[in-house]
Ligand binder design. Structure first.
Ligand code: SF4
Length: 434
């Protein structure tokens, strides 16, 4: 029996797909890239952006013919979209060839759900939530792995559907996380990323803090090259966390700190709970402790009610902070969120113009930051053969910059030293040195 999983969205979904793969393999399935030979297909969905949602509906429409020809094939839809009633109703009404719908919190019930579907031949829907221990899951790579440290989010940013879809924050106990990371390191994993919607508030429900978790990992895990974490929220970035980061060698000196807007007024309307000055202060504190830290961010352009001055404030802040890189998004209202009901939505042509103006401001900064890397030598985990040139390898510096260099593909999964020889605004190029 074969399975194929389509994954949309973020690292949390990628990790959930690894867990689904693990369960399916325990049931005797093996992976395939060809959906035509699959006996089980899962669509692990995302609802952060409308585009991802539309893609799922498109794929479900396209697979209908195959399901008709091969009715015994099981089609499952899971992930964030399935945590919301309206999306589940659409699937049930319009895509009746779907066999199983399950949520983000009950992946471990998949064997039961498959068995229930096989015995009843009815659609099985189960989206109850619980957090579980996920030691031992299959990982997409055999040298880098994600580890969930918490689920859900309590922040209710007014543009975001996640708290409604993934529920409130629940942290995993420190000892479980430490054990999982130790197991992975002992199995040869070199890089681990701790995952959560807001890792900076890890442990609030357990009477612990995120720095405590980091110190516990530092004390217990001895054979790991690099520890990363994402995502962070500026309002919960404490001095203790900055201190822990600076002291613990294995933590990547990279901070992804979503800004979203450089206007305090817009930040308030987004319910972000920090001002642009608060954000700049955090950047100063990070750079004071770790002068070479790589800083990346997320920015939303054209949020409801964003004025021309708010937009200019964002550009100004970006010029002042000088991020190494940024994920930039044009705001699109998500049904079910408070901001979607606002009447002062920004017209698409204005959003597009502002988006381009932001890119015009930040790309030269990325270029300048990468230029400053010329001649430096970085430790790099070799990830793969380059997508654009099969004579080159690709990897990430410990500070999380993408770098390409010549080398034998047997080095994939190894840590090498690479000297930076050239750059673009988005990537580095270099050569392996002893
Ligand atoms: S912190 Fe805000 S943007 Fe991030 S998941 Fe929570 S609600 Fe969404």
């Amino acid at each position: 029996m074969k399975y194929k999983i389509f994954t949309y969205g973020c690292q949390a979904n990628e990790h959930d797909s690894e867990r689904i793969a693990y369960i399916l393999e325990k049931l005797g399935y093996t992976a395939t890239d060809d959906e035509k030979e699959a006996d089980f297909i899962a669509y692990n969905t995302c609802l952060i952006r409308e585009n991802a949602e539309l893609k799922v509906y498109g794929h479900l429409g396209a697979i209908k013919k195959l399901k008709r020809e091969k009715p015994e094939m099981i089609l499952a839809v899971c992930g964030c979209m399935m945590q919301t009633g309206p999306a589940r109703d659409v699937i049930k009404e319009k895509y009746s060839h779907v066999d199983i719908i399950f949520g983000t919190g009950n992946i471990d019930k998949l064997p039961e759900l498959i068995s229930l579907h096989k015995t009843t031949n009815q659609i099985v829907v189960d989206v109850d939530s619980y957090i579980d221990l996920d030691n031992g899951y299959i990982r997409a790579h055999d040298f880098t792995a994600y580890v969930n440290i918490m689920t859900g989010c309590d922040n209710f940013c007014t543009y975001c559907i996640v708290p409604y879809a993934r529920g409130r924050e629940k942290s995993r106990p420190i000892n479980e996380i430490v054990q999982e990371v130790k197991n992975l390191a002992n199995r040869g994993y070199k890089e681990i990323t701790l995952l959560g919607q807001n890792v900076n508030s890890y442990g609030k429900d357990l009477g612990h803090t995120f720095p405590e978790l980091l110190y516990a990992l530092d004390a217990e895990v001895k054979n790991l090259d690099i520890l990363r974490f994402m995502t962070s929220h500026p309002k919960d970035l404490s001095d203790e966390l900055i201190e822990a980061m600076s002291k613990i060698d294995m933590i990547a000196k990279h901070f992804h700190l979503p800004l979203q807007s450089g206007s305090t007024k817009v930040l308030k309307e987004m319910n972000r709970k920090y001002s642009s000055d608060d954000y700049k202060l955090l950047v100063r504190k990070l750079r004071d402790k770790m002068p070479d830290i790589c800083l990346t961010t997320d920015i939303i352009v054209g949020f409801a009610g964003e004025s021309e001055q708010d937009h200019l404030d964002t550009i100004e802040l970006c010029k002042e902070v000088e991020f190494d890189s940024a994920f930039t998004f044009i705001y699109s209202p998500r049904p079910g969120t408070p901001a979607a009901n606002r009447e002062d939505q920004i017209p698409e042509e204005i959003k597009s113009r502002r988006f381009q103006e932001l890119l015009d401001a930040i790309y030269p900064i990325f270029n300048k930051k990468n230029k400053a890397e010329l001649g430096k030598t970085h430790k790099v985990i070799v990830e793969s053969v380059s997508k654009n040139n099969d004579e080159m390898l690709s990897g990430r510096t410990f500070s999380n910059k993408l770098i390409h260099f010549k080398g034998n593909k047997e080095l994939i999964g190894e840590v090498v030293n690479v000297k930076v020889t050239s750059h673009t605004s988005f990537t580095l190029e270099g050569e392996i040195i002893d």
